[in-house]
Design a protein around this ligand. Sequence first.
Ligand SMILES: Nc1ncnc2c1ncn2[C@@H]1O[C@H](COP(=O)(O)OP(=O)(O)OP(=O)(O)O)[C@@H](O)[C@H]1O
Length: 603
Amino acid sequence: MTNIAGIVVRLQTLRQSLAVLWDTSAAESTFLAAALLLQGLSPAVGIWLIKQVVDALSVALVHGQPLDSALLTRLIALWIGALAMETLLQPWAEALQGNLGEKLTARMNVLLMRKAEQFPDLSRFEDTRYYDELQILQQQAAYRPLNLLLFAANAARGLVTLLAMLSLLAQASLWLALLILVTALPQIYLGYRLQQQVWNGTLWSSPEARRMQYYSALMLTDTWAKEVRLFSLGSFFIERYLVAFRQLHRTMGGLRNRQAAWSAGAALLSIVGNGLAFYTVVSLAIAGRFSLGSVLLFVQALGGLQYSFSELVHHSTMLYDCLLYLERFFAFLQVQPTLPIRTPGRAIPSPIAQGIVFDCVDFCYPDGRQALMGVSFTLRPGELVALVGENGSGKTTLVKLLTRLYDPSRGSIHIDGEDLRDLDLESWRSQVATIFQDFGRYALTAWENIALADLSALQQRGRIEQAVRRAGADTLIDQLPQTLDTPLGKPFDGTELSGGEWQKLALARAFLREQAQLLILDEPTAALDPKSEFEIYQHFAELVRGRTALLVTHRLASTRLADRILVLDRGALVEEGNHEQLLQRGGKYAALWQMQVAQYGLV
Ligand SMILES: Nc1ncnc2c1ncn2[C@@H]1O[C@H](COP(=O)(O)OP(=O)(O)OP(=O)(O)O)[C@@H](O)[C@H]1O
C-alpha cells in the first residue's frame, strides 16, 4: 500500500472507530470531546494572557504610562481560570475515559461475538488463516479499545494545543510558525513509519511472534501440563521459544536502530528550525519590532509547542498502532459467511417419511484435503445405522455434512427429496440431537450443562432429571456437592469431572432433545467404563425409539444393535449391510471385527 493510500485507509478507520465510540455513548463522547478541547486550548490561552500582562506592565514600567490595574486584575483572574480549567478537568476527563473505554471494550467484544455467531458453518473456525485472525482479534479486544480512547484523546488534546500554540506563534510571525511546523513534520512521518514496521513484526504477520506465543502457551496452560512434566519438555520448549525470539529480535533490533538514526536526523532538523526562529525573534526585538510581551509569548509558545508536539508524536503513533488493529477488526466484521443460507428455508418434513439420502457426496476441507469421495447411502426413518471405519476415514466429516456445518463440495444430501441446502437451517438443527466426540465441557452448573441442548428446559427441572436418569448419570449427579446445581469445571473453581463423567452429561443432552427426529452419536461411550457403557446400551433402544439414529463407533460390539452398518475407508463408502452380512462378505468390516475379537475376545 502506498503511503498516501495507507493514510487514507487509516483515516477511514479512524472515522469508523469514532462512529463506534459515538454509538457506545453519544453523551459521554461529547463530554469527553468538549473536555479535551478545553484542556487542549487552556495552555495557549494562559500564554496569551501572560503576554497581555507583560505588555500592560511594560507600558507602565518601561514607558512610564499609568498602570491599568483593573485590566491587570481581569487578566490575572482569567489566567487563574484557564489554569483551573486545565487542572480541574483532568480527573473528570480521566474518569470519563475509563467509563467510556470499558463500555467500548464490551461493545467491540459483542460485535466480534455477534459476527462469529453469524457464521453458521465451521469453515471460518477450521480455516487456519481466519481462526488465527479471530484469536488475535479476540485477545487484543481486551485492551485495544481502551488504548484507542486513551491515545486518541491525548493525541487530540496534543493537536489542539499544538494548533493553538502555532496560531500564537503565527500572531508574532506567520513564516516563523510555518518554519517550525515544516521542520517538525518529518518526525511525525518517521514515527508512523516505525509503528507500521513494528506492526509487521507482531503476531499478525510474523511467524516468529506466533511461534513464541505458541511455545509459551505450551508451558503455561493446563492442556499440556501433564506431558510437559512427564516428558521433561520444559527446556526443549523454552529453547524453541528463544530461537524464535532471537530471530524476531534480530529483525526488530536492526529496524529500531535504523529508525533511531532517522529520527535523530529529523529531530536535528526540528532543532535547527526552532533555533533559527528564536534567533530571528530576538533580532526583531532588538530592532524594536517585537514587544517584550511578544518575545515572552514566543518563547513560552515555543516551549509549549515542543511539549505538545512530542506528546502528539507519541500518542498519535500509538493511535496509529491501534488503527492498524482496528482496520483488521472492521475488515473482519465485513467477512461474509461462506455457507449460503436460504431464508426462509423450506419446512422440515415431519415426520421424515422417505429418509435422508447422501447422493454422490464429495467433500474437501478449506485447506484442500479431500475427506469424502462419492459417498451415497440412505438413512431410512426409524433406522439405527452404525458408521465405522479406521481413523481419518471420514466419519466425523460425514456427520458435519449431515448437520450442515459444511455443504458437500459435490453431490447433495436430501431429506424426503428436498435438498438440505433448501431447508430451514435452524429448524433442521433443532431436529437433530448430536453428540460429538469433542463435546463441550462448560464451566456452568451441571443443570445448565444439560439444558444447553434445549434452553427451554432451564425452567423445566423435571425434564432435566428425566434426561439424567436415562443417560445413567443419576448416581453421578447425586454425588455432586449441590447435585444438579453444582458449578462444574476449573475456570470458576467448579467441581472437575472425569472424562467419562462429562460424557454422561453429554449423553443426557441427547436425551433432553426428545423431539429430535435424527440422533447422531459420535463415539458416545468412548470414555465410559464397561459398566456404564453396558447401562447406556440397555437404554439405547429407548433413546432411539421412533427416530432415525446414526451411531459412529470404533467399538464393533455396539454395531450389532444396528439395523445396518456403513463402512468408510479413506473417504469412500466401501461396504454396507448388517453385522452378519458384512462378516460373511469377508471384507474391511470382517477384518476389523476379527482384529477386535483377537484383541478383546468379543463374541
Ligand atoms: N478441519 C480439517 N481440515 C482439514 N482436514 C481435516 C479437518 N478435519 C479432518 N480433516 C481430515 O479429513 C479426514 C477425515 O477426518 P475425520 O475427522 O472425518 O475422520 P474420522 O473417521 O472421524 O477419524 P477418527 O476415527 O480418528 O475420529 C482426515 O484425513 C483428516 O485429516
